[in-house]
Design a protein around this ligand. Structure first.
Ligand SMILES: *Cc1c(COP(=O)(O)O)cnc(C)c1O
Length: 388
């Protein structure tokens, strides 16, 4: 049985009848950049994420870059980020001449360890970028306390977390100064190319970002500051507007798939319960868990990725590959170990959890159209690997 990591063709087949006329409509109109479709997308996302504004842009990376440009990040400034994330989170900081300050992760949700942030704050710290990794919110209450105490803005990296909720029902992208989202095709809401969006409750920033995506221009051919070409095109917006009403259903399907994995791994004797952090004979597989139950409720995890932790990871991955099961390693090299950041002279021993994660995590197929039989097959094969 073939189980790909992701099969976007299945999603396309299920909404082809809606998408094709929407694309043709843009073709007929020849209104190709920004315009009505983009404005509609901004309305959809702002209302979904419960923010006052949303500004659609060219990618998730550009969303992060623009957010940092909007707070006037300068050479020599510092930005606190998790060391274990997708590269964009760090790249944008350095592109503006600033210094990324890496923080270790916590072992259950794999997010930035909020207990280790304060020690990294100094007078040069200009922002904190938490990443809601794999579709689960960071510990928002703790972050807000730090942000208030030190008066440092939070720029959320929500690239993997559109629609994710903290346990108090707050949406990713609604609690920081700005929330940066990606519409890369593999995200839960994916375009037919590149795209992103920035949410904010701050009118001034919303207006600045709208000018910034168009070379800082306002009015036409007058430039008060330097922006760039960060515009979203209408075809991407049209596709996203068609997909948007399906999003919650797709989240639900991913969540159901995650529950089924957990149930089957536990029944197979590979794990005792979700959220374990130590390997032993009864826990050969460490299962993900929606955490932060301070209000009596779990996080609403949207499972952009379904990440388990295992021993002999690379051998397991080979074995699954031979059985036509697609997997991926997120992220094998944390920022403090990247060659391009060696000049920062970070101490590898300061990041024990991130190091452990990069050596033990593996992403299993979780996309909405996955069948029960496919999930059963994946768990069976993993059981077979560990019984040898
Ligand atoms: C995908 C992703 C980005 C970048 O988004 P693009 O649209 O690919 O530029 C940034 N941060 C994280 C955590 C991501 O997963």
């Amino acid at each position: 049985m073939k189980v790909p990591l992701l099969d976007l063709k299945l999603q396309y087949q299920s909404i082809k009848n809606e998408i094709e006329p929407a694309i043709l409509k843009v073709a007929e109109s020849q209104m190709l950049i920004l315009g009505e479709e983009v404005a509609q997308l901004e309305k959809n996302i702002a209302s979904y994420c419960q923010t006052d504004y949303a500004v659609a842009v060219s990618s998730g990376t550009d969303a992060l870059l623009m957010a940092l440009m909007a707070i006037d990040l300068k050479q020599g400034d510092e930005v606190i980020i998790p060391t274990y994330s997708f590269f964009a989170t760090a790249g944008v900081v350095v592109r503006l001449g600033a210094i990324p300050v890496f923080v270790d992760s916590e072992p259950v949700a794999f997010n930035i360890d909020t207990k280790k942030i304060k020690e990294k704050i100094n007078s040069k710290t200009k922002a904190i970028i938490p990443v809601h990794l794999y579709g689960q919110c960071v510990d928002i209450n703790e972050l807000l306390k730090i942000s208030d105490e030190y008066n440092i803005p939070i720029i959320e990296d929500c690239a993997q977390a559109i629609g994710a909720q903290y346990s108090n029902g707050k949406f990713a992208g609604s609690f920081g100064l700005m929330g940066c989202f990606s519409f890369y095709p593999t995200k839960n809401l994916g375009a037919f190319g590149e795209g992103g969006i920035i949410t904010t409750n701050n009118k001034e920033f919303a207006e600045k970002l709208k000018q910034m995506r168009n070379h800082g221009m306002s009015p036409k051919y007058y430039h008060k500051f330097i922006g760039g070409n960060f515009r979203l095109d209408a075809l991407q917006a049209a596709v996203l507007n068609v997909k948007f009403p399906h999003l919650e259903k797709w989240h639900q399907a991913r969540r159901n798939n995650a529950s089924l994995y957990s149930k089957l791994f536990i029944e197979a004797g590979l794990s005792e319960t979700e959220g374990k952090t130590k390997f032993d004979n009864k826990n050969k597989v460490l299962l993900p868990k929606p955490v932060y139950q301070d209000s009596g409720q779990n996080n609403y995890h949207i499972y952009n990725q379904y990440i388990i932790r295992v021993q002999d990871r690379d051998k397991l991955r080979d074995f699954l590959g031979k059985n036509e099961i697609g997997t991926e390693i997120y992220y094998p090299v944390s920022f403090h170990r990247q060659e391009c950041f060696s000049y920062l002279k970070n101490n590898d021993k300061d990041y024990p959890i991130a190091n452990e994660l990069s050596e033990t995590t593996i992403a299993l197929p979780i996309f909405p159209e996955l069948t029960r039989e496919q999930i059963q097959f994946v768990v069976e094969k993993i059981k077979e690997f560990y019984s040898k």
